[in-house]
Design a protein around this ligand. Structure first.
Ligand code: C2E
Ligand code: MG
Ligand code: MG
Ligand code: MG
Length: 292
């Protein structure tokens, strides 16, 4: 009966909860050691410009390869890293590693590949952030405009006055600033004009059901138009199908980042992704116009 079903559900719930609690305790102990043990790596997901079909940059995405826990994804350890403060040294490592890698691509002559790094709330609240950024750029001899920092709406809106000051000092280092997961957070748009933002990234949840969902399609078109009228570049996250890319292209979206073009890949595969796209464009230009 219903009572028995309720009891089973409850037991299942308790089992899952204690498992996740145990895993959490285990994870926290490992997490503190993981930076020193060099268990973190970065994957890079390419971004493609819809007007030129070229790869304009990549987003650095953190992966934790733990000998004890296996491969752990950021959604499973970033919240814990935030709560424990590990995010500050971990975030500093991400900045240094991403800048080092970007400088390496630059030196290899593979074109200008900008690298975007996610910041988390704990990092954004840390007084050391500016130093960490300057150190990372300096150590890699990387010009600031090769680095982009991804923030979220809620991060900047928690303390808007402080964020405004903070963002203008970050901006002086030459970095570009973007708003990640746009549309899912704080519901004020005023900050887009008040803060020195360069780009918005439309959240994957709006792209997923395009073109079937009329509502999502309308929101996406409106965000593209809004971004452009404010002089911002607009990037769509999470496009997986040709139909989604066609829609975004028609609406004048600037860039797309999604599985349709590439999953996050190791640094060693980025160079060939970039040149494959260059080749594709050259081949397209060589075809007679009537066949295009
Ligand atoms: P995000 O910054 O919004 O990054 C995009 C996420 O969407 C990535 O997941 C990426 O793999 C996934 N994605 C991209 N295109 C597609 C697609 O077409 N389909 C689907 N299903 N997924 C797609 P990932 O790597 O698991 O990262 C999740 C989140 O973890 C990131 O979301 C970001 O908020 C956070 N994160 C990752 N790396 C870092 C980091 O170094 N520092 C901080 N603070 N957060 C990070
Ligand atoms: Mg991001
Ligand atoms: Mg993010
Ligand atoms: Mg996002």
């Amino acid at each position: 009966g219903a009572k028995q079903r309720g009891k089973n559900t409850y037991q299942l719930y308790m089992r899952q909860m204690s498992m996740s609690l145990q895993r959490r305790v285990e994870m926290e102990a490992h997490l503190r050691q993981a930076i020193e043990n060099r268990e973190f790596t970065l994957r890079y997901q390419p971004r493609v410009c819809l007007a030129t079909n070229q790869c304009t940059g990549v987003e650095a995405l953190l992966r934790w390869q733990s000998p004890a826990l296996g491969l752990v994804m950021p959604s499973d350890f970033i919240p814990l890293a935030e709560e424990t403060g590990v995010i500050v040294p971990l975030g500093a490592w991400v900045l240094r590693e991403a800048c080092r890698q970007s400088a390496e691509w630059l030196a290899a002559g593979g074109g200008q590949i900008r690298v975007a790094v996610n910041l988390s709330a704990g990092q954004f609240a840390s007084p050391d952030l500016l130093d960490h950024i300057l150190e990372a750029l300096d150590e890699a001899h990387l010009p600031g405009d090769f680095l982009e920092l991804e923030l979220t709406e809620s991060m900047v809106m928690r303390q808007p006055e402080q964020a405004a000051r903070w963002l203008s000092s970050l901006k002086q280092t030459g970095v570009r600033l973007s708003i990640d997961d746009f549309g899912t957070g704080y519901s004020s748009l005023a900050y887009l004009t008040r803060f020195p933002i360069d780009l918005v990234k439309i959240d994957r949840s709006f792209i997923r059901d395009i073109p079937d969902s009329r509502g999502d399609a309308q929101i996406t078109s409106a965000v593209i138009a809004l971004g452009h009228s404010l002089g911002l570049k607009v990037i769509a996250e999470g496009a997986e199908t040709q139909a989604q890319v066609d829609f975004l292209c028609n609406e004048g979206c600037d860039e797309v980042q999604g599985y349709f073009f590439s999953r996050p890949i190791p640094a060693s595969e980025v160079g060939s992704f970039v040149s494959r796209r260059q080749d594709a464009v050259t081949a397209e230009k060589r075809r007679p116009a009537t066949l295009r």
